[in-house]
Design a protein around this ligand. Sequence first.
Ligand SMILES: [Zn+2]
Length: 234
Amino acid sequence: MRRLRCVWLCALGVLSVGQAAPPAVADDWPPTVVTHLATDHPWVALTFDACEAGERVRLDQGITAFLLAHQIPFTVFMGGRFARDNQDAVRELAKSPLVSIQNHSWSHPRDMRLLSDEAVRIEVSRAQTLLTEMTGKPPSMFRFPGGHADQRTVDLVRGMGLEVVHWRWPEGDPDPRIEAEALVSQTLERTRAGDILIFHINGRGWHTLEALPRLIEGLSARGFEWVLLDPTRF
Ligand SMILES: [Zn+2]
């Protein structure tokens, strides 16, 4: 019953998009989806999703302030609606050379595999237009909401000139039951050279800010270096 209610409410965009369904895993995707950097260097890319479907959400400025203060570069996959509703904060964030803002669809559909070709293109191009105007830099990368993508949708997005960038394993930080301690320990245990870490920066990364200082300190102490996502590294 609880699951049915979630499916229904999530379809209406009533519940947080992050709670709608578990994120997809690398086995689900065609090989053209980037899941890690092509490198033996101990590079790690810190990425966040800024998702907004129905309910208006805010940029987590606790996270941005912490990372900027510690000179940690990070990439944000941002929805068009999210950018529209956080204009001042996003324009300010985009000025930093430590930050890259990339495309995460316009309205964060639960599953873009269910959309027509034309609807997929509109989701991508509408966000692309606004993000380009707001940041001054056209995004070169796209991340599917929830990671739900197949050969057709990936080919459509790549045909628009965007690399599709996901992750090797999800942190799961939209689940409030995953405490900061678990986020830190699973990250220190699982991270390998070239990994793309994914968290949420829309207020739905419940314990993310609490985990970040120990997580960053721990990986840095193990010799990992933080890099911005860049298609030359794929
Ligand atoms: Zn998302």
